[in-house]
Structure formats: C-alpha cells, structure tokens
Design a protein around this ligand. Structure first.
Ligand code: RIB
Ligand code: CA
Length: 320
C-alpha cells in the first residue's frame, strides 16, 4: 500500500485483545489522528493504560484520549473471561512511556471532525463515546466520511444468543450511532467469524518475530488457551476488531449490502440485537428497484479471510 493510500482515521476502542491487533494494523496501514478509549472489555483505566502501552510497544506517536467509563444507561458489563482482568491477559506489555493526552475523549472526537472533514471513524468497543459526540454536536457525524464499526451481527450474538458484546454493552448508544448522518458500516460477528486465529497462525507470527508479532501471537495463544470458556460457533478464536479496520484500509477484500439495520433496546431476550432488514437483499445485493435512498447503514457480510490474516501478519512484520 502506498503512503498516499493511507486513510486518515479516528479510532475508538476498548483494548482488549483484538483491539490490540486492530491497533497494530492501524499503525501499519492508516494515518491515525488519535485513539479514544472507552470502558468495555475492562474498565476505562485499564483500556486507556493498555492503549498507551501498545503505542509504547510500537513506538507509535499517536495521542490517546480517555472517553466514557460506562454506558449511557445500561448496567456495565465487562469481559474479563476473554481478555483477562487487565484486558490484555497472557501478553507482555511495556510500562507506558507517555501520558494520556486528555480525559475528554468525546471533545477530542468532535474537535478532530471539525479540524478535518472526511475522516473515517473506526469504533471497536461499546459506542458510548460516539453516541455522546453525536449528542454534543449535531454536525459531528455528517462531517465524517463514515463510521466502520466492529459490533452487532446478522446472525445472533456472543454475549447473549441475540446480542454481540459491543452493542449489548450499550444498546442505547448503538441505536444512536446506527442513526448517524453518515455511512455506517457494520462489521458484525457473521463477518468477523470469517477471520480466526489458530495455533498454526500463532506459530507463523512467532516466526516473524519482533514486538508486534509477539504481541499478536500472545493474544492468539491466550485466546486459544481460554477457547471454549465463552460461546462462539467457530473452530478457533475470531479476531474481531482488526476486521473493521481492514474494511477501511483494504475495502477490496470486503463485500456488503446497504440495507436498514436497527438496534433492539427493549426486549427481554433480544436487547442489544442488531436487526438487519434483509427483505430487500438478494444474493446479488440490494433488490432491483429497492428504494434505499435514505438508508446509510451497510451490512458488511463477506471478507477474504486468508487475505485478512496475511495483512495482519504483514503489519506485524513492519516491527520485525
Ligand atoms: O464481540 C466482540 C467485540 O467485543 C470485540 O470488539 C471485543 O474486543 C469486545 O470489545
Ligand atoms: Ca473491542
């Protein structure tokens, strides 16, 4: 990828094992204006420290701003069973060599969107910060090129049978974000389950060597060791978050369909589900004659999984 093709992006994340892989790919393939952290997999203090430690490991000059510690209304849920108490279980990270750039992550998102129109926003955690930015500034989302998020899914959930973690953690925030005034690309579980890391992939990363490959190998190895302690219908751990980032940096590897997507915020069994309206979707894409003029949501449903795994490995090799 030429330097000129590096998209300018904002990141909102909750590192988090797979967020760490996403950050390696972002450092390799994008121009990142800044990273904002949110409480999600683990508490904000941990996600923020992890983001600072990962940037230190990569010797990456990127500002990290802390955002919301908890959801808008929902009772907070975390995922230490997957990511460990620190959020980066099983990995060896350096002490951060830098301080957090600020504690107003929402303000940073808004300021960045006003400083530069046409940024892509890549959220890979609960959508609390993005929703608050939209509520604080009516023009925020319209200034973005789009939002390409890891979350939701068209075929059920992981933290419940109906809901994916990022959306379930803050369904009200997700409902706001899916109504943004810009394209919203949903990279949900049905997509991210096409990109999984097994023992052979961890060994491949070990063979590359260097801090980035070692970190990603440790993540895959830890998730393999804990695999089966959480529900997923894949043969090996899915690498969720880098998929959303690669959908922005390498869109040719993906296919999707513009169609209405809504978030269930009520429901006893279905709260946090993302409801993809497929009544207008055919095998070839949107049904002929479907009037989707006002629809901005896209169900990203297909990725070249092996090519995505190669890109993650190639990103790591930049620090070998
Ligand atoms: O459901 C997977 C998502 O939830 C990923 O973003 C993971 O990091 C957790 O935040
Ligand atoms: Ca995440």
């Amino acid at each position: 990828m030429t330097e000129a093709a590096r998209p300018r992006i904002l990141i909102d994340c909750d590192p988090g094992h797979d967020d760490a892989i996403m950050l390696v790919c972002a450092a390799a393939y994008a121009d990142v204006v800044g990273v904002v952290t949110v409480g999600g997999n683990v508490a904000l203090e941990h996600t923020t420290r992890n983001a600072l430690a990962i940037a230190t490991l990569l010797d990456w000059d990127v500002p990290v701003h802390a955002g919301a510690d908890r959801p808008l209304l929902a009772e907070q849920v975390t995922a230490p069973e997957v990511h460990g108490e620190s959020g980066m279980g099983g990995t060896t990270l350096p002490e951060p060599d830098r301080e957090v750039a600020g504690y107003d992550g929402i303000g940073f998102l808004i300021e960045s969107a006003h400083a530069e129109e046409g940024l892509w926003l890549v959220p890979t955690g609960p959508l609390t910060n993005v929703a608050l930015a939209m509520r604080c500034d009516r023009s925020f989302s319209s200034r973005l090129a789009g939002i390409c998020l890891m979350g939701g899914g068209a075929e059920g959930g992981n933290i419940t049978s109906a809901a994916e973690f990022n959306v379930f953690a803050d369904p009200e925030a997700a409902a706001i974000v899916f109504g943004a005034d810009c394209p919203v690309r949903m990279c949900g579980l049905d997509l991210t389950h096409q990109v999984t890391g097994d023992a052979a992939y961890a060994a491949r990363l070990r063979g590359i060597g260097g801090p980035a490959a070692t970190l990603v190998a440790e993540v895959v190895e830890d998730e393999l060791a804990n695999f089966g302690r959480y529900a997923t219908n894949t043969e090996s751990p899915p690498l969720h978050d880098p998929v959303a980032l690669l959908a922005v940096t390498h869109p040719h590897l993906f296919a999707g369909t513009v169609t209405p997507i809504e978030v269930e915020t009520g429901g006893h069994l279905s709260r946090g589900a993302t409801v993809v309206d497929r009544r207008l979707v055919t095998a070839q894409g949107t049904a002929p004659g479907a009037t989707l003029a006002e629809v901005r949501t896209e169900w990203v449903h297909t990725v070249d999984g092996p090519a995505a795994l190669d890109l993650i490995a190639d990103a790591c090799a930049r620090w070998a």
